[in-house]
Design a protein around this ligand. Structure first.
Ligand code: G3H
Ligand code: 13P
Ligand code: ZN
Length: 305
């Protein structure tokens, strides 16, 4: 069932767990995510970036999501636009049937971010769609989403922003970053800042750039020829602290990219004679499924259906 992101996150907020956002842009990655959600009995947020939309197009992505909801009628699924910046794409997604929109004005001056977020809130509210906004800047680079340095979310600004814009969830910057190279040493996030924001902002809070970039997976990928030197992510311990202190939505893209790519590489390496697309994409799908299950258990969304 495709449901509003607002509704899906309200339950997580009330019951105190986090739902994973998992990005997809093709059939196999989405199937891996959905198999995990069904097996773990977990609600799920499936997301497309503007980059994914340019790659695969709105009708394909929407109908893949619709197919997922028909295949798994008991799984609450939110179809979300991740890091929406372009109003034409935002409007097209709303029209097509996305049930949650992120407006990312994090690189804009505060007042402009508020004004633009309010416009998107107006567009979404009529349809009961969830609206995620972002305050603060995450460092890191992934195709269309990039920033040079972290700018942690200011607590006072977060209070004003949530009150004045009417967004239904808020992404905050507390030390994570997008991509596979997040920390030089141990992972570390600003839990004190999260606690302060949580105490004063009464909507679900979102953690971007939260992939685990697990050492076991990186080692496996490298054994099949990948070069991920220096890759590191947010530790499970940090994720547990984040969910215990008020994060209700956790975004993962990099973990799925590495998983899918590892599956493909494994088949290429172990079966060089095989040229059946189903062999390597099927193995990629299996790797995605296992990763998503691992994340759902960690986030506390498993068993919530
Ligand atoms: O949060 C950001 C995404 O992981 C970036 O994805 O390469 O599809 O824009 P993209
Ligand atoms: P990762 O790069 O850590 O997977 O973060 C993805 C993300 O924040 C998508 O919005
Ligand atoms: Zn993000």
């Amino acid at each position: 069932m495709l449901i509003s992101g607002k509704k899906l996150l309200e339950k997580a907020y009330t019951e105190g767990y986090a739902v994973g956002q998992f990005n997809f842009l093709n059939l196999e990655v989405l199937q891996g995510i959905m198999e995990a959600a069904a097996e773990e009995k977990s609600p799920v947020i499936i997301a497309t970036t503007e980059g994914a939309i340019k790659y695969a197009r709105i009708p394909y992505l929407y109908h893949l999501a619709k197919a997922a909801s028909e295949t798994y009628p008991d799984v609450p699924i939110t179809l979300h636009l991740d890091h929406g910046k372009d109003f034409a794409i935002i409007q097209a997604c709303i029209k097509a049937g996305w049930t949650s929109i992120m407006f990312d004005g994090s690189s804009l001056p505060f007042e402009e971010n508020m004004a633009k977020t309010k416009e998107v809130v107006k567009l979404c509210k009529r349809k009961g769609i969830g609206i995620e906004a972002e305050l603060g800047v995450l460092a890191g680079v992934e195709d269309d989403v990039s920033a040079e340095h972290n700018k942690y979310t200011d607590v006072e600004q977060a209070v004003t922003f949530a009150k004045k814009t009417g967004c239904t969830s808020l992404a905050i910057a507390i030390g994570t970053s997008h991509g596979a190279y997040k920390f030089k040493g141990d992972s570390n996030i600003d839990i004190e800042r999260l606690k302060e924001i949580k105490a004063r902002v009464s909507i679900p809070l979102v953690l971007h750039g939260a992939s685990g970039v697990y050492a076991d997976l990186v080692t496996l990928a490298e054994s099949y020829g990948a070069n991920l030197k220096g890759a590191s992510g947010v530790s499970d311990e940090m994720i547990r602290l984040a969910t215990a202190n008020g994060i209700n939505k956790i975004n993962c893209d990099t973990d799925l990219r590495i998983s899918f790519m590892t599956g493909i590489r494994q088949t290429f390496k172990e079966h060089p004679e095989d040229f059946d697309v189903r062999s390597f994409c099927g193995n990629g799908k299996k790797m995605v499924r296992e990763m998503v299950k691992r994340r759902m258990i960690l986030f506390g969304s498993a068993g919530r259906i």
